[in-house]
Ligand binder design. Structure first.
Ligand code: C5P
Length: 206
């Protein structure tokens, strides 16, 4: 059983994906980490994020061990990832990677932006997790605050809006709700309620 989870930044999809993977004992891939890893590879090598050839080569050479690098988690790398992720050759290289992961075991949980639409169009379950931009900014702001990163709420909100626009407006695999996805709006749901809504969908499928 493949569970595909898509949605914008800070929608709660990562937390949900992790819990579903534990609950159903499936391997989990946070696909955002792949794009973050490509960006970090370029930055470490002193290359330009917009260098399409270098980015494609970094994507083709990506090794699984690299995904554990703690530097991938920072908000600067999310921004850098959203730049490299607009390049078609990067997406093509990572597509193979993601499909191999999805097909390697009895099932898998993958979360990202284009899992239900492009990577796993035949997934047994497709969820689109979203929340208002203001609520997502509040969550991200709290998270950064907790890590001791003092950033103004307005700056976090404008960062989220810019990233939403870049992900939705790009030509290559833009962020879209798959036709057969179930939308879970977490604006007024906590993590437990979102998890219950998702297991209702998984357990109740045909
Ligand atoms: O989800 P996360 O914030 O880690 O993703 C970082 C960036 O990587 C996103 O803003 C998006 O541009 C890109 N991404 C993507 N497709 C995916 C996962 C992430 O384009 N499946």
């Amino acid at each position: 059983m493949v569970i595909a989870i898509d949605g914008p930044a800070a929608s709660g999809k990562g937390t949900l994906a992790k819990r579903l993977a534990e609950h159903y004992r499936l391997p989990h891939l946070d696909t955002g980490l792949l794009y973050r890893a490509v960006a970090l590879t370029l930055l470490d090598a002193g290359q330009d994020l917009a260098d399409a050839d270098a980015a494609a080569a970094a994507a083709r050479g990506l090794e699984a061990g690299f995904l554990a690098d703690p530097r991938l988690r920072g908000s600067a790398m999310g921004e850098a990832a959203s730049i490299v992720s607009a390049q078609g050759a990067v997406r093509a290289a990572l597509l193979d990677w993601q499909r191999r992961f999805a097909g390697a075991a009895e099932g898998a949980v993958l979360d990202g932006r284009d899992i239900g639409t492009v990577v796993c169009p035949d997934a047994a379950v497709k969820l689109f997790v979203t929340a208002s931009a203001e609520e997502r900014a509040r969550r991200r702001h709290r998270e950064l605050d907790g890590r001791g990163e003092a950033v103004a709420y307005e700056a976090v909100l404008s960062d989220i809006l810019r990233r939403d626009a870049r992900d939705a407006d790009r030509a290559a695999a833009p962020l879209r709700v798959a036709e057969d996805a179930v939308v879970i709006d977490t604006t007024t749901l906590d993590a437990d309620a979102a998890f219950r809504a998702a297991t209702d969908v998984v357990d109740g499928r045909d």
